[in-house]
Design a protein around this ligand. Sequence first.
Ligand code: FES
Length: 169
Amino acid sequence: MGEPPVALPPLVPPVHRGPRPGPLGGGRRQVGQDVRVDRRTLLCGALLLTTAACGTSSNTRKPGPGSAKPGDRLAAIADIPVGAGVLVDVATDGQLLLVRPTADVIKAFNPTCPHAGSVVNPPTKATPITCPTHHSEFDSTTGAVRSGPSPAPLKEVPITLTSQDIHLA
Ligand code: FES
């Protein structure tokens, strides 16, 4: 009656991900090891174009206060480690860099690097604010350029503090 079953070819050709190991080894993949994209991965990849499916963000936030209004709460003071900083989501569409150089000083910056628009990395106790793209460094207290190609400091965003929280001014 019907024809015998036929093995279907893979959905897509083999894909190599990440750097290949060098001639002396290294890397996490064996030489010649292929990664095939399964149906679920392919479906998730397609969904990521329009949604935050598959456990990752659609990343529609833009650096800056977004649609936040004066008085909106940005974060708890306790969430910002002394001597460091964090990127915080603001309202539904914004993102700000909050830094706390000392226990009593907190500042907010638009995390857009003035050089070419990358989002800067928050400072740590060991590193200043840094841009991952061309490695400009910014002072963690003032946002001033310390080194690198950035032509301007980070833009400070006015905030107010209550006893426990940080608000947009
Ligand atoms: S985009 Fe930040 S240094 Fe170039």
